[in-house]
Design a protein around this ligand. Structure first.
Ligand SMILES: [Zn+2]
Length: 322
């Protein structure tokens, strides 16, 4: 049963335009979650003033740095922007694309063919009563037909639904230290001339110099899958996170956790900075791997819930570059 039309065609840049005459509501059919047609560049005020649920894909321009200001312009909230874009910090840069609904809530994109409404609701709520309540809220917010509440209701890949009242879990990556300021990085992610091995070699993470003994905390909550000596990494801790991605902490001088232990982001003391393994001085080797075990750039995950969109070397499968 296919009752909701796709709105996938709207994935176009939508730069902010000031002082342009506002198109009529009919012209916005494209940005409705119900009908895929309409203009490419709707001004934010038109979405804000619209009575119906609409969304746009906003391309961040030079000089735009406040996500909450953008949210306000489109008639939504910062938390709606955060959860819709799976990005807690929303560190903005020119060219970045933000999906913005004109209501509060997460605009959920259906990623699998024939996903049912019940299945989507189950992702956000547990318990029969809470699920029924959310289902009704979704039906109302998206103007779904009454049948959606009575019979199994299927959606298509690319369909979008506003999920009112949900908030991002904030299960995002942080820096593995007390301070969340951007640390100095002595060696970044990518090819480099190795100071000890004296050859060009891929570096799978960030080298963050810190005084010997600096406390190291999990960048994200998860379960310890490895704790101990590991070749060039020296004393190493690896944490598997709940979506299958993992983080690694190398060259430690001390390890305080054991395999199987559940550790909490920013709270469980993992160990201390050292210079064990192949290392020229006290620093933390911090590495992030996607759910296939491929190292990705830590830069692309800080503040996010997933390593899916972070940069990685397409040729590399397994990390061995400390
Ligand atoms: Zn390193």
């Amino acid at each position: 049963m296919r009752l909701l039309a796709a709105a996938a065609a709207v994935l176009l840049a939508v730069p902010a335009r000031a002082a342009a005459p506002l198109p009529s509501a009919a012209a916005f059919a494209r940005y409705s979650v119900l009908t895929p047609a309409g203009p490419d560049e709707p001004p934010p005020a038109a979405l804000k003033d619209a009575k119906r649920l609409l969304y746009a894909v906003h391309r961040v321009e030079r000089g735009e740095y406040s996500a909450s200001k953008i949210a306000k312009e489109y008639g939504t909230t910062l938390s709606a922007l955060q959860s819709t874009n799976h990005d807690e910090l929303l560190l903005m840069y020119p060219g970045m694309r933000l999906t913005i609904p004109n209501r509060d809530g997460e605009l959920y994109e259906v990623r699998r063919a024939s996903e049912t409404l019940d299945r989507i609701v189950a992702r956000f709520r547990s318990g029969a009563a809470a699920r029924r309540e959310l289902k009704e809220l979704i039906a109302r917010a998206n103007r779904l037909p009454g049948i959606a509440l009575l019979a199994p209701y299927e959606l298509k890949r690319g369909d979008r639904l506003l999920i009112p009242g949900v908030r991002m879990s904030f299960d995002t990556y942080h820096f593995p230290f007390r301070s969340q300021n951007w640390p100095r990085i002595s060696s970044g992610f990518g090819y480099r001339f190795h100071p000890i091995l004296h050859r060009r070699i891929f570096h799978d993470g960030f080298d963050i110099p810190k005084p010997y003994g600096t406390p190291v905390y999990p960048a994200r909550s998860g379960r310890v899958v490895s704790a101990g000596w590991h070749e060039g990494y020296g004393e190493l801790v690896e944490i598997r996170h709940f979506n299958g991605e993992s983080t690694l902490y190398g060259h430690l001088s001390k390890i305080y956790v054991h395999v199987g232990q559940i550790v909490e982001r920013g709270r469980t003391l993992l160990g201390r900075v050292g210079s064990t393994g192949i290392s020229t001085g006290p620093h933390l080797h911090f590495e992030v791997r996607d759910r296939y075990g491929r190292p990705v750039s830590p830069r692309g995950v800080i503040g996010r819930t997933s390593a899916r969109n972070a940069r990685r070397d397409p040729r590399r499968k397994w990390g061995k570059g400390w």
